[in-house]
Structure formats: structure tokens, C-alpha cells
Design a protein around this ligand. Structure first.
Ligand code: MG
Length: 157
């Protein structure tokens, strides 16, 4: 078994919703980034790459590459799964989104389904939780949103 940890943070600005785990959530702000800025999916990608010791998201999908401009991050996750699937099966993912708003809880099930379908595992193998920053710092002020994820991989012998 191998464990990996991923983290990501993106700024929030006025907009028409955020995409988290491939799910569009209605909100009066959007996440800023080169891709669709799906911080949760980016954290999951880094957790998977970390568990497989295959580097990080910036190395495989650089934000200077025009091919990845505006790309749905779930497509990058699919490519990541292809990269690791020769050597590993995914046992489970656990993730936390830290945001003052929007609330994650109403979207947990939909996000788990969307991520699990891309990961090729059951929704029951994916956990997503929401936390606030208790009003502290940039996240607490609603200027940013962050996500942590861990991934457990089993090496194919
Ligand atoms: Mg990112």
C-alpha cells in the first residue's frame, strides 16, 4: 500500500459558480486559474501522483501550457489515472474542501460520484468533507478556497 497527500488553493473572484470535483456549484463567485481551477480535483491529482511517486500536477500539466487553458480538471484526473493504472489500483480517496462559502455538504454525494466515475472506483471509496476557516485569513474572508486530499494505492504485483 502507498499513501499520497495533495493540497491546492485558488483565489475566488466575482463569477457565476465554482467547479469542485467536476461538479458545478452555483455561487456568486468563481475560482481563478489556468484550467477550470477545480482545487479539489487538483488536490486529488497530487495525492495520486504523490502515492505513486510520479511527481506533481505542475510537472505533468504545467499552467504555462496553452493545451491546458480552461481545460476541465476532471480530464487531467483521467490522464493521471491512466498514468498510475499500470502499476496501482486505487483503494480510496479522502478529501477536505476549506471554504467559507459555498457550503460543500449539499454537494458531497454528487462530487463523490463524479470523482469515482473518473477514478474508475465506487462512490463509497471516495469521501469529501467541507470545513470553514472560522473567518480566519484569506479563506475565511472568502477570497480563496483550498483543498486537501489523501489517496491510498495498492501496488499491482
Ligand atoms: Mg490548482
Amino acid at each position: 500500500m502507498r499513501i499520497g497527500l495533495g493540497f491546492d488553493v485558488h483565489r475566488l473572484t466575482e463569477g457565476d459558480g465554482v467547479i469542485l470535483g467536476g461538479v458545478k456549484i452555483s455561487f456568486h463567485k468563481k475560482l481563478v486559474g489556468h484550467s477550470d481551477a477545480d482545487a479539489l480535483t487538483h488536490a486529488v491529482i497530487d495525492a495520486l501522483l504523490g502515492a505513486a511517486a510520479l511527481g506533481d500536477i505542475g510537472q505533468h500539466f504545467p499552467d504555462t501550457d496553452p493545451r491546458f487553458k480552461g481545460i476541465p480538471s476532471i480530464k487531467l484526473l483521467k490522464k493521471t489515472v491512466e498514468m498510475i493504472s499500470a502499476g496501482f489500483t486505487i483503494r480510496n480517496i479522502d478529501a477536505v474542501v476549506i471554504a467559507e462559502a459555498p457550503k460543500i455538504a449539499p454537494h458531497r454525494a454528487a462530487i463523490a460520484v463524479a470523482l469515482s466515475e473518473t477514478l474508475g472506483i465506487q462512490a463509497s471509496q471516495v469521501s469529501v468533507k467541507g470545513k470553514t476557516a472560522e473567518g480566519l485569513g484569506a479563506i475565511g474572508a472568502g477570497e480563496a478556497l483550498s483543498a486537501y486530499a489523501v489517496a491510498l494505492l495498492e501496488e499491482i504485483s
